[in-house]
Design a protein around this ligand. Sequence first.
Ligand code: GA4
Length: 320
Amino acid sequence: MVMVSSTQSQNKPLLTCSKCEYFTGIPVIDLACPDDAKNLIVKACQEYGFFKVINHGVPLWLVSGLEDETMGFFNMSQSEKRKYSPPNPSGYGSKTIGPNGDVGWIEYLLFASNDFSTNSKTFSLLAKKYVEAVRKLGCEILELVAEGLKIQPKSVLSRMLRDEKADTVFRLNHYPPCPDPPNPNPDNRVGFGEHTDPHLISIARSNTTPGLQICLPNGTWASVPPDHTSFFINVDDLLQVMTNGRFKSVKHRVVTNKMKSRVSMIYFGGPPLTEKISPLGSLMEPGEESLYHEFTWFEYKSCTYKTRLGDDRLSFFHKG
Ligand code: GA4
């Protein structure tokens, strides 16, 4: 089965996906069977912080329509695309990721509000519909989580994504084919470096080009088999805190591909900025203590933007 051993930080080789085999153990959740799904989702969140959903109800025409429009944007000239930069907080970015010196073999569009304006009206319309559809999917998944954890009310998590002040980011990534670098430094092949996502839940979908890898509990990197018809769900940092560490915020990265370009679309579902984040009372066992100091999403988000991509941001809020 696997893959590339160990993490970048240990300077072990980072192979491109053409040289990796796929990990076959990714949990697959069929949303057409909610009774099974609720327990399988909880298991997947505890074990990997990652799973794939099928029978999700998001129409294929919407997904492929948005992918075509997205490629329409990235196929424009660099000078046209630059008109939409910098990605601060919304806009076009190329090579640099975040404000603190991270780089990758990538160009992207970030949207930090419900305004998806670009050069194309069709893009904006489809993006709005798509984000609405994946937000609903996120709510459905978080309700299954509550049911699987046997906590009440079942909207205890989903209400944060439903809130009109919910703080959402939508990201469209394009990883162009990456020829072998003249200097075979593995860092030159990183599409998007290793990190965890800061929000509650991330919902990702990509074309048929591989590249996404997740870090398994034993520290090895597993290549995720691409599936353009499904969605991949990440447990994010806030959900790890709200479950007092029962769920794992999954470390992941994207490696480049020599031949094919990769496009991905990711919805990051977060709560309103003022939301206080601490473990869910209904989940705590008698006498169980919170592993984390309480913080607001605003505080966590501010901290996130002061860190490098691969930093362990949760450690700043860990007790003891
Ligand atoms: C990782 C998850 C999302 O892509 C993102 C990223 C954000 C950015 O690209 O601006 C960050 C990164 C992400 C975490 C650390 C900081 C901020 C880049 C970076 C180095 C949009 C997000 O919310 O956090």
